[in-house]
Ligand binder design. Structure first.
Ligand code: AP5
Length: 214
C-alpha cells in the first residue's frame, strides 16, 4: 500500500499517518522527522535544513529527494509506505512519479486532511513533540499519560521551534503557495480523497480506513 498524506501544517497528517502505518505494517515516512533527526545529529544536511525550517520555509527539493530516495532503499519499504510531508511541491511530486514509473509502480491514495488556517494556529500552540521518537501530543486533545513526558520513550516533550505562532503563519503561507497545488495534481490522477480534519482523531482514522478498504 502506497499512501501520501496531504494537508496544511498541523492538520493532523502525522497523527493519522502513524496509525495507518501501524495498521497495515508499513513504515511511516515523515520528511520532517528525518530532517529533525539530522538536525539533532548535527549532520551537514541537518545544518542546511535548520536555516529554512526555523523560518517556516521549505527545504530545497534536491535535498529532500535525496533523503527520500535513500529511505526507499530500506527493506521495510517493499510492501509500501505512508508518506507524511512529502511530496510538498509539484517538482517533488513529479520526481516521485518518475521514480515509481521506472519500476512500473505508483501511489495509490492521496489523502488530504483539511482544516481551516485559524484552527491550525491554535492547534499548533498546544502541540507537544518528542524529538527522540517523533511522537506528537496535544495539551488538550491528546495528552501523554504523564504530563510533559513521552509515553513511549520517557523523553521530555517540547514545543517545536517552528510551532511558534509567527512561524506557523509563515508555514501556512508556504503551504498555500507551494503545497496546495498538489491537490489538483492528485485529483487529476483520480487518487485524491479528502477528510475533515476538525473531526475527532478516531473519526478521521475510521474515515481513512473506510477509503483505503473501499
Ligand atoms: P513537518 O514536520 O512535515 O511539518 P508539517 O507538515 O508542517 O506538519 P506537522 O508535523 O507540523 O503537522 P501534522 O499535519 O503532521 O499534524 P500533527 O499530526 O502533528 O515539516 C517541518 C518542516 O520541515 C517544514 O516546514 C519544512 O521546512 C521541512 N520539510 C519537511 N518535509 C519537507 C519537504 N517534503 N520539502 C521541503 N521541506 C520539507 O497534529 C498537530 C497537532 O494537532 C498535534 O498536537 C495533534 O495531537 C493535534 N491533532 C491532530 N489531529 C487532531 C484532531 N483531529 N483534533 C484535534 N487535535 C488534533
Amino acid at each position: 500500500m502506497k499512501v501520501i498524506m496531504l494537508g496544511a501544517p498541523g492538520a493532523g497528517k502525522g497523527t493519522q499517518a502513524k496509525k495507518i502505518a501501524a495498521k497495515y505494517g508499513v513504515p511511516h515516512i515523515s520528511t520532517g522527522d528525518i530532517l529533525r533527526e539530522n538536525i539533532k545529529n548535527k549532520t551537514q544536511l541537518g545544518l542546511k535544513a535548520k536555516v529554512y525550517m526555523d523560518q517556516g520555509l521549505l527545504v530545497a527539493d534536491d535535498l529532500v529527494l535525496e533523503l527520500v530516495v535513500a529511505r526507499f532503499k530500506l527493506s521495510d519499504c517493499k510492501n509500501g509506505y505512508v508518506l507524511d510531508g512529502f511530496p510538498r511541491t509539484i517538482p517533488q511530486a513529479t520526481a516521485l512519479d518518475a521514480k515509481l514509473d521506472k519500476k512500473n509502480d505508483k501511489i495509490e491514495y492521496a489523502i488530504d486532511v483539511y482544516v481551516a488556517d485559524e484552527v491550525i494556529v491554535n492547534r499548533m500552540a498546544g502541540r507537544r513533540a518528542c524529538l527522540n521518537c517523533g511522537r506528537t501530543y496535544h495539551v488538550d486533545t491528546l495528552k501523554p499519560k504523564l504530563e510533559g513526558i513521552c509515553d513511549y520513550c520517557d523523553t521530555n516533550l517540547v514545543l517545536r521551534d517552528d510551532d511558534k505562532p509567527e512561524t506557523v503563519i509563515k508555514r501556512l503561507e508556504v503551504y498555500h503557495e507551494q503545497t496546495k497545488p498538489l491537490l489538483e495534481y492528485y485529483e487529476k490522477k483520480g487518487i485524491l480523497h479528502r477528510v475533515d480534519g476538525t473531526e475527532s482523531i478516531d473519526n478521521i482514522y475510521k474515515e481513512i480506513i473506510h477509503i483505503l478498504e473501499a
